[in-house]
Design a protein around this ligand. Structure first.
Ligand code: BES
Ligand code: MN
Ligand code: ZN
Length: 518
């Protein structure tokens, strides 16, 4: 898709649709661009807004024909929510309302058969680059479609936005900051789309080895190192939990490492290590899921998809410290050799685990990979992303990431990064009494407790494998995929996590660049 930035007045931009974000209340008392548009349309715009009860609430939209009075065929009003303190509220929300509005604009334009979308930036003072980034990300992601399995005839019926024009205050179209923001937005959106594609791919096609191939290909394109290990090597690493999970599947497991390592002395700095859950299909194993619970389980590799996708952007950012993504990919299936409830597995770090539920498989694979990462890479920050527990969606709903881990700079950095990225994330506690859920009579611990505090016991389980590394666990079971399209979020995989990871690395880069005070 083509992205242009213009300093011309939005009223003069040629487009299928001119999208105009409106703060709540501004339609009733027209100001700025809205007032200008309304004058150009002889007061019809404000009248239509009043008639249709468009107030500028977040998520509200109103499409209006420009009646030949503009160079854009239609005007699309998009609610941004309350203006009060917008100067700080929008930045504090990672510009998420704007990103959502741009997503709606792209999707509605596309649906109406339009190919060129113009978007007027809201023009908060000093925020143009951030606005441009949110608009471009929103529009590119809102236009996302997963078309690979549609026959040609049907594809033709799905029009695609071909260009997006962002209208910024005159002069700023040439600003370096704006240009960089647009380039970053494009790169981030491509990475999110890459993650979405992998999540949307059916499990027949996205097997563990295919996921590893895709990761290797991405690494090659981005000039990153990649290492892919098979079942023998995984056995050689004594990853007994990982091997237990993969037993019931006819597909071979893969252990993937993708690494960005800077040149020179920075190569020896302590790295950021990202671990992603990669169960390419979670049937539950012998603790088989009912059909309703199984039908979405091709998305059980969304954590890995985000981790790998983020590496693509990180390679372009080229931070002065290493970053590694580690992924243990396998299926959880109830084949004849499947691991069984009452089995005891021996983890990479020597701990023994009694299996009480084969559907609590993610933590087993993650535990081995986390232990391996801590041992071999000595991370400065260790983040895992996993569609780990149904309990997390009971706790936080379908759109919020759950964050677990000890207090400390790593937790602070991840929560701040999520906020800047606009990815809703809420910290949940590691409650001591819940840890008792994992007490076993025959081994060091059990892999599953009761349903009570299920996300917390899962996090406690992982904690057994990270030692004292500065670790944050992100449970993305809710927001990793969706059945409702909204804003820039399309049905299917969402690519959640990519933006948080990118911001985590960016913030760390800024920190390193800051001169150390005496
Ligand atoms: N992959 C699932 C968690 C999940 C559920 C993700 C719904 C997305 C949507 C995970 O492997 C799982 O099955 N967890 C069990 C754990 C239980 C057996 C302790 C769960 O949440 O029920
Ligand atoms: Mn499971
Ligand atoms: Zn799972």
């Amino acid at each position: 898709m083509k992205i242009e930035v213009t300093g011309s007045s939005p009223l003069e931009v040629e487009a299928s649709v001119l999208a105009v974000p409106v703060f709540e209340g501004d339609a009733a008392d027209p100001k700025g661009l809205f007032a200008e548009l309304d004058r150009r349309l002889d007061g019809h715009l404000a009248a239509a807004a009043a008639e249709e009860d468009f107030q500028g609430k977040a998520g509200q939209t109103l499409s209006f024909r420009s009646l030949g009075k503009l160079r854009a065929g239609r005007i699309l009003l998009l609610g941004l929510g309350k203006r009060e303190g917008a100067e700080s509220a929008l930045p504090r929300a990672g510009f998420e309302p704007l990103r959502m509005a741009a997503g709606d604009a792209a999707r509605l334009t596309q649906r109406g058969g339009g190919t060129r979308l113009a978007f007027a930036a809201p023009r908060l003072p000093g925020q143009t680059a951030h606005e441009a980034r949110a608009i471009v990300e929103g529009a590119l992601l809102g236009a996302y479609q997963f078309d690979r399995y549609r026959t040609e005839e049907r594809k033709k019926k799905r029009p695609q936005v071909e260009s997006v024009v962002v209208a910024v205050p005159q002069g700023l179209e040439r600003s370096r900051e704006v240009k960089e923001a647009v380039a970053l937005a494009r790169s981030v959106s491509q990475a999110v789309a890459w993650a979405r594609d992998r999540v949307n791919e059916p499990p027949l096609h996205l097997t563990p080895s295919r996921l590893a191939d895709a990761a290797r290909e991405l690494a090659k394109e981005s000039g990153l190192q990649a290492e892919v290990l098979g079942p023998r090597e995984i056995a050689g690493l004594r990853m007994g939990m990982f091997l237990g999970v993969t037993r019931g599947s006819a597909e071979e497991p893969r252990l993937v490492r993708i690494s960005y390592v800077p040149r020179g002395a920075s190569a020896r700095k302590a790295p950021v290590v990202i671990v992603g859950k990669a169960i390419t299909f979670d049937s539950g194993g012998l603790s088989l899921k009912p059909t309703d619970g199984m039908v979405d389980m091709k998305t059980d590799m969304a954590g890995a998809a985000a981790a790998i996708a983020a590496m693509k952007v990180i390679a372009e950012l080229a931070p002065p410290f290493p970053v590694h993504a580690l992924v243990g990919a396998c299926e959880n299936m109830p084949g004849g050799r499947a691991y069984k409830p009452s089995d005891i597995l021996i983890a990479r770090n020597g701990k023994t685990v009694e299996i009480t539920n084969t559907d609590a498989e993610g933590r087993l694979v993650l535990g081995d990979v986390l232990a391996w990462g801590v041992e071999t890479l000595k991370p400065a920050v260790l983040v895992d992303l996993a569609t780990l527990t149904g309990a997390c969606l009971v706790a936080l709903g379908m759109t919020t990431v759950g964050a677990f881990g000890p207090d400390g700079p790593a937790m602070d950095a991840v929560l701040a990064a999520a906020r800047t990225a606009g990815e809703d994330t809420w910290r949940l506690p590691l409650i001591d009494s819940v840890k008792e859920e994992l007490k076993s009579d025959v081994a060091d611990l059990k892999n599953a407790g009761t349903r009570m505090g299920g996300s917390i016991s899962a996090a406690w389980f992982l904690k057994e494998f990270v030692g004292d590394a500065p670790w944050v666990h992100l449970d993305i079971a809710g927001p990793s995929s969706t059945t409702k399209e909204k804003g820039y979020v399309a049905k299917g995989g969402t690519g959640v996590g990519v933006r948080t990871l990118v911001e985590l690395v960016r913030a760390r880069m800024q920190e390193e660049a800051r001169p150390t005070r005496l």
